[in-house]
Design a binder for this molecule. Sequence first.
Ligand code: SF4
Length: 346
Amino acid sequence: MSFSHQISELKKQLGNRILITGHHYQSDSIIQHCDIIGDSLELARKVAQENAPHIIFCGVYFMAESAALLARQGQSVHMPDTEANCVMSQQAPADLARRVLQRLCAKGRKIIPLAYVNTSVSLKAVVGEFGGAVCTSANAQVMLDWALRQGDGVLFLPDRHLGRNTAKKLGLSPQDWRILSITLQGMEQESSRNDVPLLLWPGCCAIHAKIRHQHIAAIRSQYPDCRIAVHPECSPEVVDHVDAAGSTSFLIEYARQAAPGETIIIGTENNLVERLRKRHETHCTILPLRAVSCSHMGKTTEAKLLQLLEDISQDKAPVISIAAEQAQHAKNSLTRMLDVCAKASV
Ligand code: SF4
């Protein structure tokens, strides 16, 4: 019996005891088993509205942590492979971020941290402690605008590309931001050059960074009438030369609204691009700007999902847990985002 068949059988047996959620970047072999598909925050928020006591999160670690943070009492969150970790989220360790913030605030300057949702719960807790908030690629503009009005400056972390792309949308100029020089030992000597409204942590998504300016020129020469849309985790040098940039939900909608026979080029993780290609193949042509795959997203396989279902059925599945001392501060950083976005109707 195939893995797929065994998963379906076991899923039937477990019934409403389990809910399988999957991020858009998961492969079709996993997506076919998911009850809910979405982006990280969308999934985390939906978990709390579900009754299943066991939530299986097919994605990367920070996403499962966010789901565990927002889960109701009595719900436990599990991952088929807890080694699946977002490379970007690892670029901003909580202890280091705390030291950098303490140093930036040492001279009485009020620096508000704004963390992309692709960060660990421990980092979100530090952000909450310093009065900051979380943002997603869909609401980064609203949240950065909010954060810039809360103090003397903003520390945006960890994605410098999303930070700069968002700052440009708000009309900030290159004189208004600075990419900090940070090593694992700490930040370089405090300097007057840090007296700008926006300080950027020097991280980025290694996957979206593989999409480069030259790929745009190559695809435009091959498909002169195409339209190109990318995720804002791509560098500003890419974002500035395409027709549109936006979150995963934006890209899905962009593809859906293609005109009959049109060629749409999408720059993001290839599992999603390939799914959109198949979904719309009778209507339009969808191609990747560059076929890039997230190896950590690929760590979730049917074999591991099956093993997890077996472990849940025997009550021995490991659970994603959140340290109590981090939970409240991390929740505060998420709640601030939800409140700001509710007021802005985002
Ligand atoms: S694609 Fe990039 S941001 Fe998304 S999970 Fe992979 S490493 Fe993280």
